[in-house]
Design a protein around this ligand. Structure first.
Ligand code: ZN
Length: 148
């Protein structure tokens, strides 16, 4: 399943993390989470970035949680400029990515252990350290992914 698509179709996290930090301005855990969640959603759906994709994100109202949105935009190509990403106010993080070609979607919910780690990273130094740890983590340990 994992290697069905040629690698060129999908951006690698390595290439995209550098872009993300340049675009966003700093390295933070939520930026990395948005990036990894977006890449995983695109991979799981097998859909094209930029067009024919719709992203909805809950619970990314304020910084630092809203940093998630920049990672998602870069990884999915859904942008506020194109109007295919939407931010919805909520107490909990939920990410939905829909392939508009076939109406299939994936939902990503952060795992409880991740939420605990995020809340403990309450200084700049800890947040940056956590961002690096998250970046090296297995996505399945970070998010629960459901197909709908
Ligand atoms: Zn940020």
């Amino acid at each position: 399943m994992k290697n069905q698509k040629p690698q060129a179709v999908i951006c690698t996290p390595q290439a995209t993390l550098k872009q993300a930090v340049e675009f966003h301005g700093h390295l933070g855990p939520y930026l990395v989470l948005g990036l990894l969640a977006g890449l995983e959603a695109v991979r799981a759906l097998g859909c094209k970035k930029h067009f024919g994709i719709r992203v909805r994100v809950w619970g990314a109202d304020k910084r630092p949680k809203s940093c998630l949105i920049d990672g998602l935009q870069l990884a999915t190509g859904a942008t506020f400029g194109k109007g295919n990403i939407k931010k919805i106010s909520s107490s909990g993080i939920r990410i939905e990515v829909k392939d508009c070609i076939n109406n299939k979607q994936v939902v990503l919910l952060p795992r409880r252990a991740l939420i605990g780690r995020l809340s403990r990273a309450n200084t700049h130094a800890l947040a940056e350290k956590l961002a690096k740890e998250i970046y090296k983590s297995d996505i399945k340990k970070l998010f629960n992914l459901k197909r709908e």
